[in-house]
Design a protein around this ligand. Structure first.
Ligand SMILES: *Cc1c(COP(=O)(O)O)cnc(C)c1O
Length: 388
């Protein structure tokens, strides 16, 4: 019997990262020393005080049951307190915060809670792929907003056709941005909130990299904009901030109706986050400033090494002010990001992600992740020299 997949799955583009992974394994099986700057998964360990907390909490029988759908109150209170300190924004721990099984989980479920068939969802591209797949799963219609370098990789909201606007229900934003590493200042968030209010559109701002910032840049929150809570939510994650990608914990906060709808949806799908992980998440949020200071220094140093290396080859790349990615326009003689990534692997033993994997406007770019030691980044640019 041939088992067909559902139409909604057939509508998705092929998952590029699976292909890259396969190519990487093949190269490694040939015994080649591959420098993997592909996936954005921190190489550093979770700080040990957080791991210790998990050990202890996992052994407590009270933490071994089904968790509450809306998360432990102590965790929501810890998130509210972190938000107050970090952004000077007040959040109601009972109504305006929802812990998530990683922010990807919440981002992927959000359209199912808000979108009706044929509602338009505004999705900047290149982008983190779940915005698009989640929209398709919910039966929504993606309207892609190209992010252009000359516009600072910010979507041009005033260029959207009025017929599209009339059907648009949700706008995804992601700053600091993956994959472009662009940042948004408060004035952009203020314009986005004004635009959304005027056109009756909700905003989901993904702030997964809000703490991975350099050169004394501090990322704003969209919830700092007056009236943002009327229509916006912001997604946060412990994954990048505390090297906890495998733990699966994050949260969404902001508009209480959106939070309530997502909570209802999720209560039909999952049964909360393992409580021991929630206890460890509280511990993570109470981590002192030293951890982030050194994490930022680490990535900033790697950024400087890779950018200096590539620039010394005559490949002009800008230093990002946030995230652990370098988003580089392809060298002049290349125009196809998949072909270029293939060449990088075949000729330089370097894995990087072709920009087109994040959307058509990314096809002239390649994304390097700074998730390897600086020596490897030095080696990478030395090897890349061969193909520039
Ligand atoms: C890594 C990442 C996330 C999500 O991480 P979780 O591990 O699911 O919390 C969300 N958005 C972007 C843009 C990311 O790069």
């Amino acid at each position: 019997m041939r088992i067909e997949k559902a139409e909604r799955l057939k509508k998705l583009p092929p998952y590029l990262f699976a292909k890259i992974d396969k190519a990487k394994r093949e190269a490694q099986n040939e015994g080649r020393d591959i420098i993997d700057l592909g996936v954005g998964d921190p190489d550093q360990p979770t700080p040990s005080h957080i791991v210790d907390k998990l050990h202890q909490a996992a052994g407590e029988p009270a933490n071994q049951h089904y968790a509450l759908d809306q998360g432990m109150r102590d965790l929501r209170v810890a998130i509210a307190s972190w938000y107050r300190k970090r952004f000077n924004v007040e959040l109601d721990a009972d109504k305006e915060i929802l812990p998530l099984i990683g922010s990807k989980e919440g981002l992927a479920h959000l359209p199912l809670a808000l979108i009706n068939p044929n509602d338009v969802v505004l999705i900047p591209e290149p982008c983190y792929p779940p915005y698009r797949s989640a929209t398709i799963f919910a039966g929504g219609r993606p309207k892609y907003l190209p992010l252009l370098e000359e516009k600072g990789f910010l979507p041009q909201l005033d260029k959207i056709n009025f017929r599209i606007l009339a059907k648009a229900k949700l706008l995804f934003l992601n700053y600091p941005n993956n994959p472009t590493a662009a940042v948004a200042e408060s004035d952009f968030f203020a314009r986005a909130v004004k635009f959304a209010r005027k056109n009756k559109i909700l905003i989901a701002q993904d702030a997964a990299y809000s703490e991975i910032t350099f050169d004394n840049y501090t990322a704003p929150s969209i919830l700092q904009i007056k009236g943002a809570k009327d229509l916006a939510v912001e997604f946060h994650s412990l994954s990048k901030t505390y090297n906890m990608t495998g733990w699966r914990v994050g949260w969404v906060c902001g508009n209480r109706d959106i939070i309530a709808h997502l909570t209802q949806l999720k209560s039909n799908i999952d049964s909360g986050i393992f409580q021991a992980i929630q206890v460890a998440a509280i511990c993570a949020l109470n981590t002192g400033p030293k951890h982030l200071d050194s994490l930022r220094k680490l990535y900033q140093d790697r950024r400087d090494v890779l950018c200096a290396g590539l620039n010394s080859l005559g490949w002009k790349v800008d230093k990002p002010r946030a995230t652990f990615y370098v988003w580089a326009r392809l060298p002049k003689k290349y125009s196809d990001s998949i072909k270029f990534a293939r060449l990088l692997l075949d000729k330089a033993n370097v894995i990087a992600t072709p920009g087109v994997g994040f959307g058509p406007s990314g096809n002239n770019y390649i994304r390097f992740a700074l998730t390897v030691p600086r020596e490897r980044l030095e080696q990478a640019s030395a090897k890349i020299k061969e193909i520039i």
